[in-house]
Design a protein around this ligand. Structure first.
Ligand code: HPA
Length: 262
């Protein structure tokens, strides 16, 4: 049976119903992952959980070793990852507490090691037209319907470097470009997962209105509070999602490296 990886963002450090079997320290050619991987079960599904910022939340977004994190999942035989993150809402109607099943990305990060293919293993150009696994996205949307959890179907994630929050002008620009939400961790996580031929989906919780969208100043307690308020819904959604995932992958993520090499 395949294993499902879960990356927890701010506010999601554990999941109810998770029976922990093992904590695993994984070494990788790229250095250390954010923390130990927690391996266990929810119902009948094998889950591998990694807190993206470390379990004590001591790793800022720009310092996360994204390559080690994804490599670690691969090493643990994970072939699907569900990634949870907190975001600022840009699109009209995206308000704090909303849960968004992402469908696109704009990468505005600058200083991150963003590929496993830096020349040594050949020159690779993976297709990234659809950055999130469409099959996994559909399963999450179906789980939302069945569990009666309201979800936003689709969102364009603008990935920024951080750790500072954005200016009002930057958010205005992102909005003009078609960005719906903004966050600091979505890239290169998503593209590394594709390079590793792992299905990857992104579920974002809108923690605050992005800079300048509301008149009030952004604060960290506000972000954490919104995340905590949504945690229960998120856990139910995940549990339902896991129960709907079948063994076989019908999408093309597993073939990401075919016809990608020069
Ligand atoms: N901007 C960037 N990252 C974030 C935000 C934001 O407003 N909220 C939560 N993560």
């Amino acid at each position: 049976m395949s294993k499902i990886g879960l990356i927890g963002g701010s506010g999601l450090y554990d999941i109810k119903g998770f029976i922990l079997k093992q904590k695993k320290t994984v070494t990788t050619p790229y250095g250390k992952p954010s923390d130990q991987y927690l391996i266990g079960k929810i119902g009948n599904t094998e889950i591998v959980f990694l807190p993206r910022h470390g379990k004590k939340h001591n790793m800022p977004p720009h310092m996360i070793n994204y390559r080690a994190n994804i490599w670690g999942f691969k090493k643990l035989s994970v072939d699907r990852i569900i990634s949870i993150s907190a975001v600022g809402g840009i699109k009209k109607g995206f308000k704090p507490g909303d849960i968004v099943v992402l469908d696109q990305i704009m990468d505005m990060t600058r200083n991150r090691k963003s590929t496993f293919y830096d020349g040594k293993g050949g020159v690779m150009h993976i297709d990234f037209t659809e950055p999130y696994c469409p099959e996994l996205r559909d399963i999450i949307l179906k789980a939302g319907k069945q569990a009666r959890i309201s979800l936003k179907n689709g969102g364009n994630y603008v990935a920024v470097e951080g750790p500072r929050l954005e200016t009002a002008s930057e958010i205005k620009g992102f909005k003009l470009l078609g960005g719906d939400v903004v966050g600091m961790t979505g890239m290169p996580e998503a593209s590394l997962a594709r390079e590793a031929a792992i299905c990857y989906s992104g579920i974002s919780v809108v923690a605050n209105y992005a800079a300048g969208i509301s008149k009030t100043k952004l604060t960290v307690p506000e972000v954490m509070e919104a995340m905590n308020a949504s945690t229960e819904k998120l856990k139910q959604l995940l549990k339902k999602t896991f129960s709907l995932i079948s063994e076989e992958r019908k999408c093309t993520c597993k073939d990401a490296l075919k016809e990608a090499k020069i």
